[in-house]
Design a protein around this ligand. Structure first.
Ligand code: AMP
Length: 192
Protein backbone atom coordinates (compact mmCIF):
# COMPACT_ATOMS: atom_id res chain seq x y z
CA UNK A 1 0.00 0.00 0.00
CA UNK A 2 1.86 3.10 -1.12
CA UNK A 3 1.17 6.49 0.39
CA UNK A 4 1.14 9.40 -2.04
CA UNK A 5 -1.17 11.74 -0.12
CA UNK A 6 -0.94 12.16 3.62
CA UNK A 7 -3.42 14.10 5.74
CA UNK A 8 -1.58 15.96 8.47
CA UNK A 9 -3.63 16.98 11.47
CA UNK A 10 -1.86 19.40 13.80
CA UNK A 11 -1.99 22.54 15.87
CA UNK A 12 -3.20 25.88 14.64
CA UNK A 13 -1.43 27.56 17.57
CA UNK A 14 1.78 29.55 17.14
CA UNK A 15 2.30 29.80 20.90
CA UNK A 16 4.01 26.45 21.35
CA UNK A 17 7.57 25.24 21.93
CA UNK A 18 10.14 25.24 19.14
CA UNK A 19 10.58 21.46 19.25
CA UNK A 20 7.04 21.01 17.90
CA UNK A 21 7.87 23.26 14.94
CA UNK A 22 11.13 21.37 14.38
CA UNK A 23 9.25 18.10 13.97
CA UNK A 24 6.69 19.74 11.67
CA UNK A 25 9.56 21.11 9.59
CA UNK A 26 11.36 17.74 9.42
CA UNK A 27 8.15 15.92 8.50
CA UNK A 28 7.52 18.36 5.63
CA UNK A 29 11.04 17.84 4.27
CA UNK A 30 10.66 14.05 4.44
CA UNK A 31 7.25 14.13 2.77
CA UNK A 32 8.60 16.20 -0.13
CA UNK A 33 11.65 13.91 -0.45
CA UNK A 34 9.36 10.87 -0.61
CA UNK A 35 6.88 12.45 -3.06
CA UNK A 36 4.08 12.45 -0.51
CA UNK A 37 1.60 15.32 -1.04
CA UNK A 38 0.16 17.17 1.91
CA UNK A 39 -3.59 17.19 2.57
CA UNK A 40 -4.30 19.61 5.40
CA UNK A 41 -6.53 22.26 6.88
CA UNK A 42 -5.02 24.95 4.65
CA UNK A 43 -4.03 27.25 7.50
CA UNK A 44 -0.89 29.39 7.51
CA UNK A 45 -0.89 29.31 11.30
CA UNK A 46 0.82 27.01 13.81
CA UNK A 47 2.23 23.62 12.87
CA UNK A 48 -0.11 23.48 9.86
CA UNK A 49 1.64 26.49 8.36
CA UNK A 50 5.05 25.05 9.24
CA UNK A 51 4.49 21.68 7.53
CA UNK A 52 3.14 23.38 4.41
CA UNK A 53 6.03 25.88 4.28
CA UNK A 54 8.58 23.11 4.67
CA UNK A 55 7.02 21.05 1.88
CA UNK A 56 6.97 24.02 -0.48
CA UNK A 57 10.61 24.84 0.43
CA UNK A 58 11.50 21.29 -0.62
CA UNK A 59 9.49 21.45 -3.86
CA UNK A 60 6.67 19.19 -2.66
CA UNK A 61 2.93 19.59 -3.20
CA UNK A 62 0.29 20.92 -0.80
CA UNK A 63 -3.49 20.73 -0.98
CA UNK A 64 -5.48 22.82 1.49
CA UNK A 65 -9.08 21.91 2.29
CA UNK A 66 -10.84 24.86 3.88
CA UNK A 67 -14.46 25.40 4.89
CA UNK A 68 -16.00 28.62 3.61
CA UNK A 69 -16.29 30.04 7.14
CA UNK A 70 -12.52 29.69 7.78
CA UNK A 71 -11.55 31.38 4.51
CA UNK A 72 -10.07 34.30 6.40
CA UNK A 73 -7.22 36.55 5.22
CA UNK A 74 -4.15 35.93 7.35
CA UNK A 75 -5.38 32.45 8.30
CA UNK A 76 -5.74 30.65 4.96
CA UNK A 77 -2.44 29.79 3.36
CA UNK A 78 -1.57 31.35 0.01
CA UNK A 79 1.23 28.96 -0.97
CA UNK A 80 -0.82 25.85 -1.74
CA UNK A 81 -0.80 24.12 -5.12
CA UNK A 82 -4.49 23.51 -4.71
CA UNK A 83 -7.13 25.04 -2.46
CA UNK A 84 -10.40 23.18 -2.05
CA UNK A 85 -13.24 25.20 -0.48
CA UNK A 86 -16.04 23.22 1.15
CA UNK A 87 -19.45 24.48 2.32
CA UNK A 88 -18.88 23.43 5.94
CA UNK A 89 -16.61 21.70 8.43
CA UNK A 90 -18.20 18.25 8.01
CA UNK A 91 -17.75 18.26 4.24
CA UNK A 92 -14.19 19.43 4.73
CA UNK A 93 -13.26 16.60 7.08
CA UNK A 94 -14.90 14.01 4.83
CA UNK A 95 -13.04 15.40 1.81
CA UNK A 96 -9.68 15.23 3.60
CA UNK A 97 -10.35 11.63 4.67
CA UNK A 98 -11.32 10.64 1.11
CA UNK A 99 -8.32 12.30 -0.54
CA UNK A 100 -5.68 10.94 1.86
CA UNK A 101 -4.00 7.51 1.78
CA UNK A 102 -3.05 7.87 5.44
CA UNK A 103 -3.24 10.18 8.46
CA UNK A 104 -0.70 11.60 10.85
CA UNK A 105 -1.40 13.64 13.96
CA UNK A 106 1.23 16.02 15.24
CA UNK A 107 0.78 17.80 18.54
CA UNK A 108 -2.43 19.79 18.59
CA UNK A 109 -5.51 20.87 20.48
CA UNK A 110 -9.19 19.98 20.25
CA UNK A 111 -9.34 20.23 16.46
CA UNK A 112 -6.46 17.81 16.01
CA UNK A 113 -7.82 15.40 18.62
CA UNK A 114 -11.22 15.39 16.99
CA UNK A 115 -9.73 14.65 13.57
CA UNK A 116 -7.53 11.81 14.88
CA UNK A 117 -10.34 10.23 16.88
CA UNK A 118 -12.67 10.44 13.89
CA UNK A 119 -10.31 8.53 11.58
CA UNK A 120 -9.70 5.97 14.35
CA UNK A 121 -13.44 5.53 14.88
CA UNK A 122 -14.07 5.09 11.16
CA UNK A 123 -11.27 2.51 10.94
CA UNK A 124 -12.68 0.69 13.95
CA UNK A 125 -16.01 0.40 12.13
CA UNK A 126 -14.36 -0.80 8.92
CA UNK A 127 -14.98 2.30 6.81
CA UNK A 128 -11.30 2.41 5.81
CA UNK A 129 -8.02 0.55 6.33
CA UNK A 130 -5.63 3.48 6.04
CA UNK A 131 -2.66 3.99 8.39
CA UNK A 132 -2.99 6.34 11.35
CA UNK A 133 0.14 7.64 13.07
CA UNK A 134 0.65 9.77 16.15
CA UNK A 135 3.87 11.75 16.04
CA UNK A 136 4.43 11.90 19.78
CA UNK A 137 6.81 14.87 19.94
CA UNK A 138 8.11 15.38 23.49
CA UNK A 139 5.70 12.68 24.70
CA UNK A 140 2.90 15.16 24.06
CA UNK A 141 0.25 12.44 23.70
CA UNK A 142 1.34 10.22 26.61
CA UNK A 143 -1.71 11.15 28.70
CA UNK A 144 -3.98 10.33 25.77
CA UNK A 145 -2.34 6.91 25.37
CA UNK A 146 -2.89 6.30 29.09
CA UNK A 147 -6.55 7.10 28.48
CA UNK A 148 -6.61 4.61 25.60
CA UNK A 149 -5.16 1.92 27.95
CA UNK A 150 -7.90 2.77 30.45
CA UNK A 151 -10.46 2.29 27.66
CA UNK A 152 -9.09 -1.24 26.98
CA UNK A 153 -8.79 -2.09 30.69
CA UNK A 154 -12.43 -1.15 31.25
CA UNK A 155 -13.54 -3.04 28.09
CA UNK A 156 -14.85 0.02 26.27
CA UNK A 157 -12.76 -1.14 23.31
CA UNK A 158 -10.92 -4.34 22.47
CA UNK A 159 -7.16 -4.35 23.15
CA UNK A 160 -6.69 -5.48 19.51
CA UNK A 161 -7.60 -1.93 18.60
CA UNK A 162 -4.12 -0.84 19.62
CA UNK A 163 -3.47 -1.81 15.99
CA UNK A 164 -5.75 0.99 14.76
CA UNK A 165 -2.93 3.49 15.26
CA UNK A 166 0.82 3.60 15.54
CA UNK A 167 2.91 5.76 17.85
CA UNK A 168 6.19 7.29 16.60
CA UNK A 169 8.66 9.51 18.37
CA UNK A 170 10.31 10.96 15.23
CA UNK A 171 9.22 12.05 11.73
CA UNK A 172 11.71 9.55 10.25
CA UNK A 173 10.06 6.65 12.10
CA UNK A 174 6.63 7.85 10.94
CA UNK A 175 7.62 7.94 7.26
CA UNK A 176 9.23 4.50 7.57
CA UNK A 177 6.09 3.06 9.17
CA UNK A 178 3.89 4.54 6.43
CA UNK A 179 6.12 3.14 3.68
CA UNK A 180 5.85 -0.40 5.10
CA UNK A 181 2.22 -0.27 6.24
CA UNK A 182 0.00 -3.32 5.84
CA UNK A 183 -3.60 -3.07 7.09
CA UNK A 184 -4.13 -5.16 10.26
CA UNK A 185 -6.75 -7.87 10.63
CA UNK A 186 -9.03 -6.29 13.17
CA UNK A 187 -11.85 -8.05 15.01
CA UNK A 188 -15.42 -6.75 14.89
CA UNK A 189 -16.02 -3.77 17.09
CA UNK A 190 -18.87 -5.50 18.90
CA UNK A 191 -18.33 -7.53 22.06
CA UNK A 192 -21.31 -9.82 21.32
P1 AMP B 1 -6.32 22.65 16.86
O1 AMP B 1 -5.64 21.34 17.15
O2 AMP B 1 -7.49 22.89 17.77
O3 AMP B 1 -5.38 23.81 16.79
O4 AMP B 1 -6.97 22.49 15.43
C1 AMP B 1 -6.16 22.19 14.36
C2 AMP B 1 -6.83 21.23 13.42
O5 AMP B 1 -8.17 21.65 13.17
C3 AMP B 1 -6.10 21.18 12.10
O6 AMP B 1 -5.65 19.86 11.81
C4 AMP B 1 -7.10 21.70 11.09
O7 AMP B 1 -7.52 20.69 10.19
C5 AMP B 1 -8.26 22.23 11.88
N1 AMP B 1 -8.22 23.72 12.04
C6 AMP B 1 -8.39 24.39 13.19
N2 AMP B 1 -8.29 25.74 13.01
C7 AMP B 1 -8.05 25.93 11.72
C8 AMP B 1 -7.85 27.09 10.90
N3 AMP B 1 -7.88 28.32 11.37
N4 AMP B 1 -7.61 26.90 9.59
C9 AMP B 1 -7.60 25.66 9.09
N5 AMP B 1 -7.78 24.54 9.80
C10 AMP B 1 -8.00 24.65 11.10
Amino acid sequence: MSITKLAVYCSSSDHIKKSYFDHADALGALMAANNIDLIYGGGMVGLMGQVAKSIKNHRGKTIGVVPEALRIDGVVNTIDDELIITPDMHTRKAKMIKLADGFIGLAGGFGTLEEMLEVMTLKQLGYHEKPIVFLNTEGYYNHLFEMFEHIYAESFAKPDYRQLYHICETPEAAIKYLANYQPPNLPDKWFV
